[in-house]
Design a protein around this ligand. Structure first.
Ligand code: ADP
Length: 336
């Protein structure tokens, strides 16, 4: 399956949508949920930059903080500390009425269950018209009018379902209707939570194609949370959230660790087996980066080599860890 626009769907060429999407900046984002007598730390200092018009998938284990982050981008939650800037505006500092306008005109949100975004008893066309109404009342320049909305349904390949009630549609069709409603206000940032989690493979593919068709036509910034490898594989950039921080980033299939603004790097789980938490590491900088060397293993390795040399009567010319740098010393065993 290719992430291309839906075959045969006309390109949207409407002037307001020629504006690129909104950029996003998260600066040291922290969020605590306050429960009775305790606090849950959901985000522990997320630094993340997303360019205008980028399409990014947020990945990571359950409970990592993905949905919390997505809700924060939408202004549905205020951070306990740090900043969220969308299009350069500090979302946490918006007043209640500014937030309402922001969500009506600048950001579209598609929550996990398609039906929580839509009126089940109304038709697809009525739902998208309803979703665009707030933006039109505010005279937002990007708001879709009725012909635009018809074109939007065609783009998502659900034009023939325009007069069908949401409650009668398949999961994939409902989800594409929710995407149409999500952008109907002309928002230039679309936030999508688990768009394919309840779908069969055909429905999933139709939703992935729909998201790419929207992205190609509208040039909106799209940030989605997903567990679905097919969705993750279809986007050029993935960001894995782990323990409330940005863990790794995938760019065109290659995984990278990210140095946070505070200099912190989160190691992926497979490397944590080599460097478990609390391990002392020696840092060795060179032209292409920094090596992290487990100091205990390095010392043990040097001691073993000394033992071998003393047994074989070797000269000891290459002793002391073999890298010729500071640190190990060759005393054997754990570091003092
Ligand atoms: P994810 O989307 O990656 O599964 P969440 O953002 O939903 O993660 O949750 C992150 C952490 O915050 C988890 O420990 C979760 O239990 C907790 N959490 C999420 N929502 C709430 C809430 N409304 N009240 C209390 N704790 C919450």
């Amino acid at each position: 399956m290719t992430p291309a626009a839906i075959a045969g769907a006309p390109a949207l060429t409407l002037a307001p949508r020629s504006e690129p999407g909104l950029d996003v900046q998260c600066l040291g984002l922290v969020h605590l949920y306050h429960l009775e007598g305790t606090e849950v730390v959901a985000l522990r200092g997320v630094d993340l930059d997303i360019d205008p018009g980028e399409m990014v998938a947020l990945l990571g284990p359950s409970g990592a903080g993905k949905s919390t982050l997505l809700r924060m981008l939408a202004g549905l939650l205020r951070p306990s500390a740090g900043q969220v800037l969308v299009g350069g505006r500090d979302v946490a500092r918006m007043s209640a009425s500014e937030l309402r306008a922001f969500r009506a005109t600048e950001v579209g949100i598609v929550l996990q269950e398609a039906t929580s975004n839509l009126l089940g008893y109304a038709t697809v066309a009525e739902n998208v018209a309803y979703a665009a109404r707030g933006a039109r009342q505010r005279r937002a320049p990007g708001a879709f009018d009725r012909p635009d909305l018809a074109q939007l349904l065609t783009l998502l390949d659900i034009a023939d379902l325009a007069d069908e009630r949401i409650g009668t549609l398949s999961g994939g069709d409902q989800q594409r209707a929710a995407l149409a409603a999500g952008v109907a206000g002309g928002g230039r940032l679309l936030l999508v939570d688990e768009p394919t989690s309840q779908l069969d493979p055909a429905g999933r593919d139709s939703v992935i194609d729909g998201m790419h068709a929207l992205h190609d036509a509208l040039r909106a910034t799209i940030v989605m949370v997903t567990h679905d490898p097919a969705v993750a594989a279809s986007v050029p950039r993935t960001v894995t959230i782990r323990d409330g921080r940005v863990g790794t980033e995938g760019r065109h299939g290659t995984q990278y660790a990210v140095v946070g603004r505070d200099g912190v790097i989160q190691l992926p789980p497979d490397l944590l087996e080599i460097l478990p938490p609390q391990t002392l590491v020696r840092l060795r900088g060179h032209a292409h980066g920094v090596d992290l060397i487990n100091a205990d293993l390095e010392v043990a390795d040097a001691a073993q080599r000394l033992d071998v040399m003393s047994e074989t009567g070797g000269s000891g010319a290459d002793e002391g860890g073999g890298d010729g740098h500071d640190g190990a010393g060759g005393k054997g065993g754990r570091l003092p």
